[in-house]
Design a protein. Structure first.
Length: 549
């Protein structure tokens, strides 16, 4: 039987075009595999690649999501070997060991396994994420048993909290590793009366990950405090810290917040994956019209551009992408942030420190003596900061900042509400970008369905047509949710002369909105519904984050 090449099979299945294949084969480094390059560029999903490899190699694929593992099978392969080579033992039958592998053609690993176990190795294909989740889940049970059986641990023995091999250290590391594998943005340790609940926020939605016994709570809290260099004796006051570490060979930055509650200290860890930060403005999912408007505005030499939205709506990513776009040797860019989330090369970033009096306002005053061209203020929270930002914009600087408001029009109201004079708002504010994050439909289990009567009515109200909606029916790669990953929806409001005159005479938000509509502004709900038309997300997701008129 003649085995077809991977590229030909992908074309036959309609997953890539001939042109795409030729371009990638000509541009990829020789040592890189075609499948890996296609995955990195997001042209195909891992599940689609596995299905084609199954046909090409004649090796079955296996879903590990509900696989009936026998715990003792994990004693056959050491955890380090399993993690390094992305393999998981499945079952033993006679002298055969069945193994799930990311790369079933890795004959060196197969030989190593044969040597270690003395068994014949039968490979199957599984996705990298599936394998890592399984390793985190099953290999950690022994660590948990170690902790419960190790009665020598006490809160006073702090050496245990630093020792890399101590059970509590391994448990905290495994929780971090599981969160990174699942692409969680936050880890919550919620103390309750009889247990410690661990929850992950994945794609903006919290879910329970596991429950730890109450007796572990003090040790977990102390370990997190040691990692983030906080005072481990302080239990009554909130504390904030930071951890820089590597998880599964990836650089990770973690913001830590501790808050005393009735049942102990609640910990929230915000994960910033430094290998995964989006700093390319073309990849933020802007509608063509919005993209050209944003590029025009950030190219202006002075004025203020505000990015608005609630916490966790991707404002910082958009800010960093804009700065990255503007960053070249001809300009001096200085930022003042709380905290500095991502470090950008060639940009001077200042960390706010209110303990020594370095506030946004104080930092901004000093920045203006540093001959900047572009200034970025992490967040506008008070009248002082906004007034200095306005002064900076009126003296020939481009100022970028974020503000917590519901939409672009509400940003103007909020600035006036802070006590800023209307003429100062109109003379400095160039544009407001409002944004939200919505979940993407999982590409592996997406299917088209007829739009409901209610959906057709919602679209009609916005002068849009819809016949079919793309929804995910749920599969192991998206954790049965039907969604995988997130994308932004935007609203770009340009402050033109008409809007300026409404602000100066004390007009209402409704008047500003009417002018914006006449100027062809794409509101959040419109941008969202257009992305539903393209099959990228669902109506439910858009209505969850954007208000209907």
């Amino acid at each position: 039987m003649i085995r077809k090449r991977l590229g030909d099979l992908l074309i036959e299945n309609g997953l890539i075009t001939n042109d795409q294949l030729t371009t990638i084969l000509n541009s990829k480094p020789r040592e890189e595999k075609l499948g890996d390059v296609l995955l990195q560029q997001g042209i195909i999903t891992e599940q689609q690649l596995i299905e084609v490899l199954e046909i090409q190699l004649g090796i079955p694929q296996v879903q590990l999501y509900h696989y009936p593992f026998e715990p003792k099978v994990f004693n056959l392969i050491p955890k380090d070997l399993a993690k390094r080579n992305l393999i998981v033992p499945l079952k033993v039958e006679g002298d055969k060991l069945y193994v799930a592998m990311k790369d079933p053609m890795d004959f060196i690993t197969i030989d190593d396994l044969r040597f270690i176990t003395g068994l014949q190795i039968i490979p199957a294909i599984a996705s990298q994420e599936d394998i890592l989740k399984t390793i985190n889940k099953y290999y950690e049970e022994e660590t948990f048993d170690d902790f419960m059986s190790d009665q020598s641990i006490s809160a006073e023995k702090q050496e245990e909290l630093v020792d890399v091999d101590a059970p509590i250290v391994r448990i905290v590391n495994q929780i971090l590793s599981a969160a990174v594998t699942q692409k969680a943005s936050d880890i919550h340790f919620d103390p309750q009366e009889t247990r410690l609940l661990v929850r992950f926020r994945v794609d903006g939605v919290l879910h329970d990950e596991r429950t730890l016994p109450k007796l572990m709570q003090g040790m977990v809290t102390a370990r997190v405090k040691i990692m983030s260099k906080l005072d481990i004796t302080e239990h009554r006051l909130p504390q904030d810290g930071r951890i820089k570490t590597n998880v599964d060979f990836r650089p990770i930055d973690i913001r830590v917040s501790l808050l005393p509650t009735v049942f102990g200290e609640k910990i929230v860890m915000r994960i910033l994956d430094l290998s995964n930060n989006l700093t390319d403005i073309t990849k933020l999912g802007f509608h063509e019209k919005n993209y050209s408007r944003v590029i025009n505005e950030i190219a202006k030499p002075n004025g203020i551009i505000m990015i608005s939205g609630p916490t966790g709506s991707g404002k910082s990513s958009t800010l960093y992408a804009a700065l990255n776009y503007l960053n070249n040797e001809e300009v001096n860019i200085i930022t003042v942030e709380d905290p500095v989330e991502y470090q950008l090369q060639g940009i001077n970033q200042i960390q706010v420190n209110s303990n020594v009096g370095l506030t946004f306002a104080a930092g901004l005053r000093s920045i203006l003596r540093q001959d900047p061209d572009i200034v970025m203020v992490g967040e506008i929270r008070d009248k002082d900061t906004v007034e200095i930002a306005i002064r900076a914009s009126l003296t020939g600087h481009l100022v970028l900042s974020t503000i917590h408001t519901n939409d672009s029009v509400a940003t103007i109201t909020r600035l006036l509400d802070m006590g800023v004079e209307p003429f100062l708002v109109t003379s400095s504010l160039n544009a407001v970008i409002a944004q939200r994050l919505v979940r993407r439909v999982c590409r592996d289990c997406s299917e088209k369905q007829e739009a409901t009567i209610r959906e057709i009515a919602i679209f009609k109200k916005r002068n849009l047509d819809i016949e079919t909606i793309t929804r995910g029916k749920g599969c192991p790669s998206c954790g049965m949710s039907g969604y995988r990953g997130r994308m932004a929806i935007h609203e770009v409001l340009i402050i033109d002369d008409e809007i300026k005159s409404v602000i100066n005479r004390g007009g209402t938000a409704a008047e500003i909105r009417e002018i914006a509509q006449a100027n062809d502004t794409i509101f959040l709900i419109d941008d969202g519904l257009m992305k539903v038309q393209e099959g990228k997300t669902t109506t439910e997701e858009i209505l969850r984050v954007a208000l209907q008129d």
